[in-house]
Design a protein around this ligand. Structure first.
Ligand code: PEP
Ligand code: MG
Length: 572
């Protein structure tokens, strides 16, 4: 059977299903054995917990690194926490069995974390819940799957596979991860990408149909899972797996190489990130900096907005990861397809053309200024942060934002706080208005970054998320190509850099056009960095220019693509 989901981490895994199921924890039938009896059971369970988790943490430290062993160490700190232990003991004193007491104390602790609204503290809730499950399993003598020693070629399938479980996985024997629930940016998918393990997620109906030991193919590049495949399918995917592995090996060569075209001309190759984990993955993959930090990720899935301090910490950490490499921090791009519940934006009939991004920020200067101050301060040390405004349609939006930056700088100066006095401020070019005004806007912006995802949808009036118009929404449409040509030329004649941070920057068929048009900076997802570096290295300027001249002469998307494909075929 074939299941289609989300491609969470590339590569193909083939192996036998290992089912990850949370243990069944039911203590209804447990009889209260008195204060002494319950505390003795608790003490034994805690001692075993500490021994087991210490062993797992040592394993994780040796095989995966500190970050992963820290996830487990946090669980040990919790069961050592005098406040947490006191609560459990009080509940036992009050007549609760040890299981009920552990459950209630853990839930109360999670509730305290939740009520802070602080994302960093709320992340600890997963640790508390994992620790609770482990302690209850020990108290109830329920077997848990030993993830640190899996059978060879295991495909781990679960409704949900928590981060702490992934941290302690036996990667040598793991072929793929298949958590039914999750998305590309879920914690599990981020970790799988950093381990290089294929992961497919966002599936439905798989968990009910699969049994332990079934043969599974998980294609993390396409987002496909096949259960009990026939011989021919198995052979086809085995060969796809081998080609992927061979290709990965050859890509590793590009990790420490500069980004040069075939003539030896340098280009900057940066990454698009949504937070610290992405920043680390991008750095590990050889990104030279960040061309787009989608800061709205810091504002999602929470009831309150992140404070200046919280934002300052995150921006400082990303700055330190890449310094002296540049980090372009896009200011809050909320609204449209990016729903940020904490902003309580009014419901609109047409949110893509509504109150969003820079429009919202200028109308809510307190929210905007909090973010600007955090960026200014975080850039104080390495001076490598840049500010980028999303969804600009006119010069006065830039002027107003600059005035607010200046006011924030005055405020910080008056408080005697360090900040970057000379921070550069650029804009995303992602509306037709910005393209038409490019020559004017570049006079007051320090740089451009073309957002082809939005520029394509607004130029062609075709929703980027609507599968029915996906054919229309192509960055190879002649109108989008003419826009790219115009914007890059405007940057060049003003002597200011132009980058591109839409998904099309990683498309091998678009790369020669961007090189020929003179793009200075490519910004792509962390997983695409090495592929783009390799692709750039294949292109000499003369050949790229010939191809581009032909492509720009076409009048339909289909003709542009056919022209590029023909040229690529001839040059192979
Ligand atoms: C874009 O619009 O091309 C872009 C990079 O921004 P986002 O995808 O976050 O809208
Ligand atoms: Mg955009």
């Amino acid at each position: 059977m074939k299941f289609i989901g989300v491609a969470g981490s590339p590569g193909v895994g083939i192996g036998k299903a290992v089912i990850f199921e949370p243990p069944k924890l039911d203590w209804d039938g447990v009889v209260y054995s008195g204060i002494e009896g319950e505390k003795a059971r608790l003490g034994e369970a805690i001692a075993k917990f500490k021994a087991d988790v210490t062993e797992l943490a040592n394993f994780a430290l040796e095989k995966r690194g500190k970050e992963h062993s820290d996830i487990l160490k946090r669980q040990i700190s919790l069961v050592r926490d005098p406040f947490f232990l006191q609560q459990i003991n009080d509940l036992i004193d009050g007549g609760k069995v040890a299981e009920g007491a552990v459950n209630e104390a853990a839930e109360a602790c999670a509730e305290i974390y939740r009520s802070t609204g602080d994302e960093r503290i709320m992340e600890r809730i997963t640790d508390v819940m994992d620790a609770k499950t482990r302690l209850l399993s020990l108290l109830l003598n329920v077997e848990t799957l030993d993830l640190s020693s899996l059978p060879k070629d295991s495909v781990l399938i679960g409704r949900d596979i928590p981060a702490s479980a992934i941290a302690s996985l036996d990667l040598e024997n793991l072929a793929a991860l298949v958590p039914e629930s999750g998305g590309y940016t879920s914690h599990g998918a981020i970790m799988a990408r950093s381990f290089g393990v294929p992961l497919v997620t966002g599936l439905s109906g798989l968990f009910e149909t699969v049994s332990k030991g079934d043969t599974i193919i998980a294609d993390g590049s396409e987002g496909v899972v096949i259960t009990s495949p026939d011989e021919a399918t198995l052979a086809a995917y085995a060969s796809k797996r081998q080609s992927y592995l061979d290709d990965q090996k050859s890509l590793n060569e590009f990790k420490r190489r500069p980004t040069l075209d075939a003539d030896g001309n340098p280009r900057r190759l940066l990454a698009n990130i949504g937070g610290i984990n992405d920043a680390k993955a991008a750095k590990a993959n050889g990104a030279e900096g960040v061309g787009l930090f989608r800061t709205e990720f810091l504002f999602l899935d929470r009831a309150t907005l992140p404070s200046e301090e919280e934002q300052f910490r995150v921006y400082s950490e990303v700055s330190a990861i890449f310094a002296p490499g540049e980090v372009i921090v896009r200011t809050l791009d909320a609204g449209g397809d990016k729903n940020v519940p904490a902003l309580k934006l009014p419901k609109e009939d047409n949110p893509f053309l509504g109150y969003r991004a820079i429009r919202y920020c200028l109308a809510e200067p307190a929210v905007f200024a909090t973010q600007l101050r955090a960026i200014l301060r975080a850039g104080a040390k390495d001076k490598n942060l840049r500010i980028m405004l999303p969804f600009v349609t006119s010069a006065d939006e830039i002027t107003q934002a600059k005035a607010l930056v200046a006011a924030c700088a005055d405020e910080l100066r008056a408080k005697g706080l360090d900040f970057d006095e000379n921070v550069k401020l650029g804009i995303m070019v992602e509306t037709p208005a910005a393209v038409l005004l490019a020559e004017e806007l570049i006079k007051i912006a320090d740089f451009f970054s073309v957002g082809t995802n939005d520029l394509t949808q607004y130029t062609l009036a075709a929703d980027r998320g609507n599968a029915k118009v996906a054919q229309l929404c192509s960055p190879f449409h002649p109108a989008v190509l003419q826009s790219l040509k115009k914007v890059i030329a405007a940057g060049k004649s003003a002597g200011k850099p132009v980058g591109l941070c839409g998904e099309s920057g990683a498309d091998p068929e678009m790369i020669p056009l961007l090189l020929a048009l003179g793009l200075d900076e490519f910004s792509v997802s962390p997983a695409s960095v090495l592929r783009v570096r390799r692709e750039i290295s294949h292109w000499g300027l003369q050949r790229a220019k010939e191809l581009t001249q032909g492509a720009l002469a076409q009048t339909t998307t289909e003709a542009v693509k056919a022209h590029i494909r023909e040229a690529l075929k001839l040059s192979q």
